[in-house]
Ligand binder design. Structure first.
Ligand code: GBH
Length: 480
C-alpha cells in the first residue's frame, strides 16, 4: 500500500485538539418528537423518498436523541478533547422563528452539553448543519436575504441558553455545499436555480455569519469568552501538470472560486478579485442585467471582514485541474472554466479519494493566503461499506494525520485541531445509509441501534492518547 512513513517520528503539540464530529439530522432521529418542527431534510425524505439512494431517511437514524449518553461514553473512551455536534434549528423553534421556542428541544442540548462537560469533553457546536426549518424554506430559504436576520435571532437564543458552557462555535457548516442544494439539485431543498441561486445562497450565508459573529462580539463575548468561526469545505486543487504555468494559474483560480469564495470575505473583505472579474464578465456575456455574483455594500464588507477567531475547514480530498481536457472522466466547472480529475496514483475506495499530499499543500496555502491563522480541521474522514476491520479508513486517517504533522513541523503551519468525521455511522444525506463514515458501527437493522467500535476507533484512540502516529501496539497495523 501507500507509505507515509517518512515523518512518523513527529509528535503533535501537547495542547493539540483531537475530536470527532456529527450533525443533528444525520444522527438524532426523533424527527417529530417533543415539539420539533419539520426541516428541509424531513421534508425532502418524506415527500421525495426516491431521491435517497437506498430510500432511507433520518427519522430514527442513530437514535442519538435518546442515546446521546452512549455517544458521549464512546467519545470519552476515545480520549478525545472535544466533540463537535450540531443543533437542530427546528428543535429550538419549530418554525425557525424565535417568537415560539420549544423548551423540550432546548432541554435536549442542555442534557447533551452537561453530559459532555461532566466527562471532560469540550463541546464544539455547529449552529447550522444543513437542516433549515421548512417554514423558513417556504419563505425562500438562503436565497432570501432576510434569512440572515432569522439566523441572527437563532444565534442569539443559542448564545443565551448555551453560551455559559459552549466556548467554541461554528456558525454554518460548508456554505458552499449548502448553496449546491439551491443551485444544482444536490441536497435539500433540492432546487435547480443554477449559478444565480448558487451565489445568492452563498451571499446570504456570509451575511448571516457576519451578523451572528458581531452579535456575539457586542453582547456575549465579554462574559462568555468564546470563539467563533465558519466551517468551509476544503477540497484542494492542484495543477494537473505541475510545470505548466497555465495549470498553476487554473488551480489557483479553482481554489479562489471554492474556498476563497467564503474565506476571502471573512479574512480580507469582499469576494476574491478573480471571482468578481470572471463572474461579472460571464454575466455580461450571457446578457444578464447584472452580475450573478451579488455585491456587498461597504457596511456589509465591514460586517463580514474579521469574523473568524480560527480558520475552520473540512477536508476530504483533492483534485487536479487544467483548462483543457480530453479526459472523459474529468468534471467541468463552467463558471471557473476548469476540468477536475484525480491522479491515478491516488487510492480510490467507493467515493473517497485518498490524497494526503493535498492537505499539506492546502495548509500551506491557507497559511500564505491568510497569514497563518490558527487552523482547525473540523472534518476529515473516509466512507466505506461499513466493515469493522476498516483498514482502508486507518490508512486514510493516518495519511492525513501525517500530512498535518508535516505541515506543522516542516512548514510551520499553525494547526490547532483535527476532527474525524464521524464518531458514528450515520445518515449520509443523498446516499442514505449506503456509505459509512463512522469510527463506530451502528446497526441500523437493530431497534437498539447497537454501537460497535471499529478497528479505526482503536487506531485513533492510540493517536489521541500518545500524540504520535506510530506506537508499539500499532507498528503491525502500520505495516499493512
Ligand atoms: C461533509 O460533506 C459534511 O459536512 C458531512 O455532513 C458529510 O456527512 C461528510 O462530509 C461526508 O460526506 O469526493 O473524495 O471528497 C462534504 C461533502 C462529499 C465530502 C463526499 C466527502 C466524498 C469523498 N462530502 N465526499 S471525495
Amino acid at each position: 500500500i501507500i507509505s507515509h512513513t517518512n515523518s512518523m517520528d513527529y509528535t503533535f503539540p501537547n495542547d493539540f485538539m483531537f475530536g470527532t464530529a456529527t450533525a443533528a439530522y444525520q444522527i438524532e432521529g426523533g424527527w417529530n418528537e417533543d415539539g420539533k418542527g419539520e426541516n428541509i431534510w424531513d421534508h425532502l425524505v418524506h415527500t421525495r423518498p426516491e431521491l435517497i439512494k437506498d430510500r432511507t431517511n433520518g427519522d430514527i437514524a442513530c437514535d442519538s436523541y435518546h442515546k446521546y449518553k452512549e455517544d458521549v461514553a464512546l467519545a470519552k473512551n476515545l480520549n478525545v478533547k472535544f466533540y463537535r455536534f450540531s443543533i437542530s434549528w427546528a428543535r429550538i423553534a419549530p418554525s425557525g422563528v424565535m417568537n415560539k421556542l420549544n423548551q423540550k428541544g432546548i432541554a435536549y442540548y442542555n442534557r447533551l452539553i452537561d453530559e459532555l462537560i461532566k466527562n471532560n469533553i469540550v463541546p464544539i457546536v455547529t449552529m447550522y448543519h444543513w437542516d433549515l426549518p421548512q417554514y423558513l424554506q417556504d419563505l425562500g430559504g438562503w436565497v432570501n436575504p432576510i434569512m440572515s436576520d432569522y439566523f441572527k435571532e437563532y444565534a442569539r437564543v443559542l448564545f443565551t441558553y448555551y453560551g455559559d458552557r459552549v466556548k467554541w462555535w461554528i456558525t454554518i457548516n460548508e456554505p458552499l455545499e449548502v448553496s449546491t442544494g439551491y443551485a444544482f439539485n444536490a441536497l435539500a431543498p433540492y432546487l435547480r436555480l443554477n449559478n444565480a441561486g448558487y451565489y445568492l445562497a452563498g451571499h446570504t450565508q456570509l451575511i448571516a455569519h457576519g451578523k451572528a459573529y458581531r452579535l456575539y462580539e457586542e453582547i456575549f463575548k465579554s462574559t462568555q469568552q468564546g470563539k467563533i468561526s465558519i466551517s468551509i469545505s476544503g477540497l484542494f486543487f492542484l495543477p494537473k501538470n505541475a510545470e505548466s504555468l497555465d495549470d498553476i494559474d487554473t488551480a489557483e483560480r479553482a481554489n479562489q472560486f471554492d474556498r476563497g469564495w467564503f474565506s476571502h470575505p471573512v479574512y480580507k473583505g469582499d469576494y476574491p478579485p478573480i471571482m468578481r472579474q470572471w463572474i461579472d464578465k460571464k454575466s455580461k456575456e450571457e446578457s444578464s442585467p447584472w452580475s450573478i455574483l451579488p455585491t456587498f455594500t461597504e457596511d456589509e464588507i465591514k460586517l463580514i471582514k474579521g469574523t473568524a477567531d480560527f480558520y475552520a475547514f473540512n477536508h476530504y480530498s483533492s483534485r487536479l485541474v487544467t483548462q483543457e481536457s480530453g479526459d472523459p472522466d474529468s468534471y467541468y466547472n463552467s463558471i471557473a472554466n476548469y476540468y477536475a480529475s484525480v491522479d491515478e496514483s491516488w487510492l480510490k475506495v467507493i467515493s473517497c479519494i485518498t490524497a494526503p499530499v493535498g492537505l499539506k499543500k492546502l495548509l500551506v496555502w491557507i497559511k500564505n493566503e491568510y497569514g497563518n491563522p490558527p487552523m482547525f480541521i473540523t472534518e476529515n474522514g473516509f466512507g466505506d461499506n461499513g466493515q469493522l476491520d476498516d483498514l482502508d479508513r486507518i490508512s486514510y486517517i493516518k495519511g492525513y494525520l501525517n500530512a498535518t504533522l508535516q505541515a506543522i513541523h516542516e512548514d510551520n503551519c499553525n494547526v490547532i485541531g483535527f476532527t474525524i468525521w464521524s464518531l458514528l455511522d450515520n445518515f449520509e444525506w443523498m446516499d442514505g445509509f449506503a456509505i459509512h463514515f463512522g469510527l463506530v458501527k451502528v446497526d441500523f437493522n437493530d431497534p437498539e441501534r447497537t454501537r460497535t467500535p471499529k478497528a479505526s476507533y482503536t487506531f485513533f484512540k492510540n493517536v489521541v492518547t500518545t500524540g504520535r502516529l506510530i506506537t508499539n501496539s500499532f507498528s503491525k497495523m502500520s505495516e499493512l
